[in-house]
Design a protein around this ligand. Structure first.
Ligand SMILES: [Zn+2]
Ligand SMILES: [Zn+2]
Length: 361
């Protein structure tokens, strides 16, 4: 089967043939139909996290059709439609049992050490990023890395709910628990930021202020539920958000890019007792500097891991929002490309163009 293979930092991925093993135990073999192109993959390509060791099949926002299952699999059967999620869970650790499988402390989705590799290029072992690897025609993954979905939903949009949409909508609904009537600011309007805007709209936030440097993203944010927009390239975004709220500030600010300077801005626009939720993933070694005097009393600054998801529950629920017209996904897909376009897709992502590119197989 064909796959995009990452070998070294800042070099294009090569499209090549890989051998894929058969499923054992709780593994499933999935024919990939679509995969979103997400920032976390870009971080690997640029070497800002994990040090960029190849060979690796990147991609983690996938959707496809189950082709075969191992003997212990119970969640799916061949023919089922699934979405992948990097929040693989064990179901038995302290975090899983207390309702937070997104921060599972076990690593249940890899093959045991010493087992034959899932993927090979000739004699060489190739790993799947996050035990997924969706930039490939097939995926061999643990059943706790996928959720079965309604086959009526197009896989080209369903894949987005595996990472970016799950993270953004979950940041608003689960992590921050935005309440009806509250005021929200979202810094960064890529796939995740636009999903936070939509999550805040689903929660019936009173005002949703979208902040970005690109006019087309601000237009998209407005069409997806933002009530106000701030063009950060035009001047002081903090002052602009404060002015829009009559000096009060916002109940919830979200940082959706992973840039420490934006975390500071998000903290500085809070109202008294406001909450800043850091949703983006900053480069390893990042430090957040927030002057104490610039934040209002009794504010909360919190991190968010993948939208606080219980993905087996959340992904079908968010897809039902899509079916009800509450969550718009088609609008977030700004480009679709074949697997061979993967390097071009990352160029677009690097330049910050468009919301989401989806590779289709
Ligand atoms: Zn992602
Ligand atoms: Zn666990």
């Amino acid at each position: 089967m064909r796959a995009a293979i990452f070998r070294e930092v800042n070099a294009p991925m090569e499209i090549g043939e890989l051998l894929i093993d058969a499923p054992v135990d709780r593994e499933i073999l999935v024919r990939t139909v679509a995969s979103g192109v997400c920032h976390s993959d870009l971080h690997i390509l640029e070497g800002t996290v994990m040090g960029g060791r190849g060979p690796l099949v990147l991609g983690h926002e996938g959707a496809g059709v189950v082709e075969a299952v191992g003997p212990l699999v119970t969640h799916v059967k061949p023919g089922d439609h699934v979405v992948t999620c990097l929040s693989g869970f064990c179901g038995q650790c302290e975090q899983c049992l207390s309702g937070h499988p997104n921060v599972c402390t076990a690593n249940p989705t890899a093959r045991p050490r010493g087992a034959s590799p899932r993927l090979r290029a000739g004699d060489e072992t190739v790993r799947g990023f996050l035990n997924l690897g969706t930039f490939a025609e097939q995926m061999l993954v643990h059943e706790n890395s996928v959720v079965r979905i309604d086959p009526e939903i197009p896989l080209e949009v369903a894949c987005l709910v595996g990472c970016g949409v799950l993270t953004g909508v979950g940041a608003a609904l689960r992590t921050a628990r935005v309440e009806p009537g509250q005021t929200v600011a979202v810094f960064g309007c890529g796939g995740v930021g636009l999903s936070i805007v939509q999550g805040a709209a689903i929660a019936r936030a009173g005002r949703i202020i979208a902040v970005d440097r690109l006019a087309d993203k601000l237009d998209l944010a407005r069409s997806l539920g933002a009530t106000d927009v701030v063009d950060a390239s035009a001047g002081d975004a903090v002052a602009a958000v404060r002015e829009l709220t009559g000096g009060r500030g916002v109940d919830h600010a979200f940082e959706a890019v992973g840039v420490p300077a934006l975390v500071r801005q998000a903290a500085e626009v809070l109202a008294v007792r406001g909450t800043c939720t850091i949703v983006g993933v900053p480069p390893d070694g990042s430090v957040f500097e927030i002057p104490y005097g610039a934040i209002r009393p009794e504010c909360t600054i919190q991190t968010c891991r993948m939208g606080g998801n219980r993905f087996r529950f959340d992904i079908p629920r968010y897809l039902s929002f899509y079916q009800q017209g509450l969550l718009r996904l088609d609008e977030i897909v700004t480009r679709t490309m074949p697997l061979d376009g993967v390097n071009e897709a990352f160029e677009l992502l690097h330049r910050g163009e468009g919301a989401r590119t989806v590779l289709t197989f």
